[in-house]
Structure formats: C-alpha cells, structure tokens
Design a protein around this ligand. Structure first.
Ligand SMILES: [Cu+2]
Length: 176
C-alpha cells in the first residue's frame, strides 16, 4: 500500500505521542503509586463522627495486617490531630467531613485528597522517609481555615507499635 511520506510521518508521530501519554500514566500509577483518590462511598455528614466506619478514628490495623488511618475533618480541625504510622508501609487513608468541603494535604508527600461532606475519600500511599509531617487544610473552609492542621509522625517500621484499640466484639464485624 502506498502511503504518502507526510502521512507516514504524522502516523508515526501520533503513535509516538500516544505511547508517551499512556506510558507516563502507567509509570505514575505503577511506578510511583499515584492514584486518584476515590469518592464513591457515601456517608451521612451529620453522623460521620459516630459512624462505625470512622470508629476508632486514627490509625488501626485490620485482620489482614493492613494499616488504615481514619480522619474526620470539621471546622476547624482534623480528628485525630496527631497520628503515628510506620515508614515504607502502605497506609490507606479514609477521610470524610462533618460539615463543609476541606482539603486534606500531607505536606511534601503525594498524600492529598479533597474531603467532601457526604462522601468518603480514600487513597493509599507510603512514606519512605521517617519524620514529622504537617497535615494542612488546603481548601478554604471558613474563618479558622488557617488553623486547621494536624501532625503525622512517620517512624521507622521497626519502631512502630500497632495501636491497641479496645474494640468491642459488637463493633468488630463492621470494619470496612
Ligand atoms: Cu480549611
């Protein structure tokens, strides 16, 4: 088949661009674990603080040994205001808001998600470097917005102690 030279150049050019675009998306997803946070699970913001999916708030370990961090945002604080997680371990964050939209940002990491009332934002990330990280609110939420902050302590994996939470047998079946 005779394809004009210019047409052939364009076809190869388009092919190269598409490879580049899909390749960079794949590299971000599989190489750097950068995934868009999910917002599919719903929750009633009025009862978010007492919702079994957010009890206990803070860091917990599930039956499979995975580490979860459950955080509720409300004007003008993150609950809990302090968390300790192990370095180099996948941490799944579950976030929701009890009032307005907030922005959960673990400064200087790729941990970031919009926190929308009525929805549970979820993302999984790992922190290679131990240290103290600031969790800020990056979505203007009212007069006290600038004070809305929390602390994340990332400690070497060997030094981390899984929190022992007093979970009653009644609540154990509700862990998602
Ligand atoms: Cu805010």
């Amino acid at each position: 088949m005779n394809v004009d030279l210019y047409e052939r150049i364009w076809m190869w050019g388009v092919g190269l661009m598409l490879t580049l675009f899909f390749g960079s998306t794949a590299a971000a997803a599989f190489g750097h674990q950068i995934h868009p946070p999910s917002h599919v699970e719903t929750i009633d913001p009025k009862t978010a603080l007492g919702d079994p999916r957010f009890r206990p708030q803070g860091v917990s370990v599930d039956a499979q040994g995975r580490v979860h961090a459950r955080v509720v945002g409300l004007m003008f604080l993150w609950l809990p205001s302090e968390m300790t997680v192990p370095a180099d371990t996948p941490i799944t964050f579950h976030l929701t808001s009890a009032d307005v939209t907030h922005g959960f940002e673990i400064v200087r990491t790729n941990g970031q998600a919009m926190v929308v009332p009525g929805y549970i934002s979820q993302f999984t990330t790992r922190f290679p470097h131990p240290g103290d990280y600031l969790i800020a609110c990056n979505e203007y939420c009212g007069v006290g917005h600038h004070t809305m902050a929390a602390k994340l302590h990332v400690v070497p994996r060997g030094q981390w102690q899984a929190p022992t939470t007093a979970t009653s047998p009644r609540e154990q079946g509700h862990d998602h």
